[in-house]
Design a protein around this ligand. Sequence first.
Ligand SMILES: Cc1cc2nc3c(=O)[nH]c(=O)nc-3n(C[C@H](O)[C@H](O)[C@H](O)COP(=O)(O)OP(=O)(O)OC[C@H]3O[C@@H](n4cnc5c(N)ncnc54)[C@H](O)[C@@H]3O)c2cc1C
Length: 362
Amino acid sequence: MKVHVIGAGPAGSIAAISAIRNGHEVVMSEDHPVSGIPENCSGLFSKDGLDSLNSFIDYRKLIINPINGADIHLGTAMLRIRKKGTVAYVCDRAGLDQQFAANAQSIGAKINYGERITGQGDFRADTNHIIGADGPFSFVAKHFGFPKITKFASTIQADLPYRCEDPHAVEVFLSNEKFPGFFAWVIPHDEYTAEFGVGTELNGKNKAIDAWNNLLRLKGVDYKEPVKGATIPLSVRPKTAMRKGPYSVSLVGDAAGQVKSTTGGGVIFGGNCAAIAGKHIGQPLKYESEWRAKFGMDLLIHSKVHDYVAKLTDSQLSALGHRLKKLNADGFLSEEGHMDKPTKMIGPPALFHVMKNIAGLL
Ligand SMILES: Cc1cc2nc3c(=O)[nH]c(=O)nc-3n(C[C@H](O)[C@H](O)[C@H](O)COP(=O)(O)OP(=O)(O)OC[C@H]3O[C@@H](n4cnc5c(N)ncnc54)[C@H](O)[C@@H]3O)c2cc1C
């Protein structure tokens, strides 16, 4: 069958590769003249997550910095998590998108760069199979009447000269007074450079600029250069695939809202879901049920944790942080923490932690 993929970001290219491997022909439309630019991403991915996509990309040449931990500030409390080895990589995100797209092209995908889909007449006439991989403001989703994404974060980020105390650990700041509804981050690229970023939940007034100034003040950094802004979807669409008239339509990646609402990370979940979409061309409901069975629970837990934390005052956040420290949560996360999949930590690892470190039974 022929497939029209809209968007050549990571999700679109992975869906294309998967569809071609499953015997289909793919044409892609990409608004920009090249994939991955403009770059609006911190490029931080779990090692496990990147490995889960290794049949689509060899990411090793795109690594900028290995990461083995995080300092998570909850109000006045700080959880210091350090893993024994590398758990994540900061990668060249534009390079990653370009490599995914080149890999799709190398097995036969035709990518029409500079082609923006804006109306019914822009869909290819020779196929009814459409994959919407066109990001958080998906035209495809709107055109076919999918339910809306209801929550977004507005972000600002820039690479700054910065002396990193630990160049392999990220810093995360949760404070609903300074960064309402989301958080701020410092992600080291090396000893002397880091990406600074903030996100705030978008409801009414956009508070990202205030949050950015709060982060600079908090870190004692003066920075007057231009900064980039972008948007992250924070809720999964209740429906991501449908038949409509002659069309079968699947949404993947940010277009579907397949993003961890706690961190805004979307490449790993979106990419894995896109691989499933490519397997089920013409069977949108199979796609929907398979991706929800594999990843729905993890995305739901991220969303519940985000919604809970977003409602806390800074003093409640501090109290929570101090309580977690007493429960040796940083010790637990250092041993058992998983960046993407909270379901991996629930069950035997959590029970073991409670028995050993809290109840002192083992
Ligand atoms: C500040 C920030 C930091 C982030 N950091 C991380 C991180 O560290 N790790 C992580 O995993 N995720 C991160 N994310 C999220 C991540 O960038 C997204 O989840 C990811 O880009 C989603 O991939 P996608 O292919 O679904 O969509 P996109 O990457 O948005 O690609 C969509 C493509 O579709 C094209 N397009 C859109 N509309 C049309 C149209 N009508 N016609 C044709 N083409 C169209 C666009 O040009 C674009 O190339 C971050 C996001 C932001 C904003």
